[in-house]
Ligand binder design. Structure first.
Ligand SMILES: N[C@@H](CCC(=O)N[C@@H](CS)C(=O)NCC(=O)O)C(=O)O
Length: 197
C-alpha cells in the first residue's frame, strides 16, 4: 500500500477543520495540520478553507473532506442505510451551526441572536438527537461513526456559546463522554492548540 500524504489547511481554530482533525486522530493517520493567519489567506489562494491536499490534490468543503476521511477510517456506518443515517445526523448538526451569527459585528445584536437560537432551535436539535440515540451507545448502529465525532465537535463549540446547553439531555451528555473517552480522540483533545472556536 502506498503512503498517502495529507495536508489540511485552515485557520488557527477548531471551526470547520476540527471534524477532519478528529477523524485523522481517531484513525491514527499522520497529517500536516497547517494553520494560516486570516490576513495571509487571501494572498495565498482564492479558496475557502478548509482545504485538504491528498498527495497534492486539493479537496474543499469540510463535510466532503470529513466523509472522505471517514470512509478511510471505517467511520461511515456499516450498511448503506447506516451511512445515510450518519449523513443525515451530520447534516442536522451542520444546519444548526449555519444558524450561528458568526459574522454579526454588533455584539449586542449578536448576543440577542445567539440567545434566540439557543431558546428556539437548540431544544429541538437536542430532542431530535436524544430521540435518535434512544438507549443505545452510539448514534448509528452499535459502533461509533463520524456522526458521533461531529456531535462532540459541535457540542464543544455550542458549550462555549451557551455553557451547559445540553445538561438536561443526559443521554447526549453520556454520548459526549463516550466520544471523549476514545483514546485517540482524547489524546487529540489534550494536545491540540487551545482556541476559543
Ligand atoms: N461550506 C464550506 C464553508 C467554507 C467557509 O466558509 N470557510 C471560511 C472559514 S470557516 C473561509 O474560508 N473564509 C475565508 C474566505 O472566505 O476567504 C465548508 O464547510 O468547508
Amino acid at each position: 500500500m502506498t503512503m498517502q500524504s495529507y495536508k489540511l489547511t485552515y485557520f488557527n481554530m477548531r471551526g470547520r477543520a476540527e471534524l477532519p482533525r478528529y477523524i485523522f486522530a481517531y484513525a491514527g493517520i499522520a497529517f500536516e495540520d497547517r494553520r494560516v493567519e486570516w490576513n495571509d489567506w487571501p494572498s495565498i489562494k482564492k479558496r475557502k478553507l478548509p482545504v485538504l491536499e491528498v498527495n497534492g490534490v486539493p479537496l474543499t468543503q469540510s463535510l466532503a473532506i470529513a466523509r472522505f476521511l471517514a470512509k478511510e477510517a471505517g467511520l461511515v456506518g456499516n450498511s448503506k442505510l447506516a451511512e445515510a443515517q450518519a449523513d443525515a445526523l451530520v447534516d442536522t448538526l451542520n444546519d444548526f451551526t449555519l444558524l450561528i451569527p458568526w459574522r454579526e459585528d454588533n455584539p449586542q445584536i449578536k448576543t440577542q441572536k445567539i440567545d434566540m437560537l439557543f431558546q428556539s432551535h437548540a431544544p429541538k436539535l437536542l430532542d431530535h438527537l436524544q430521540c435518535h440515540l434512544g438507549d443505545r451507545e452510539w448514534l448509528v448502529g452499535d459502533s461509533e461513526t463520524w456522526a458521533d465525532l461531529y456531535c462532540h465537535v459541535c457540542f464543544t463549540t455550542f458549550s462555549v456559546l451557551r455553557p451547559g446547553f445540553a445538561d438536561d439531555h443526559p443521554a447526549l451528555c453520556g454520548l459526549i463522554d463516550r466520544v471523549e473517552a476514545i483514546p485517540n480522540v482524547a489524546k487529540w483533545i489534550q494536545s491540540r492548540p487551545t482556541t476559543e472556536f
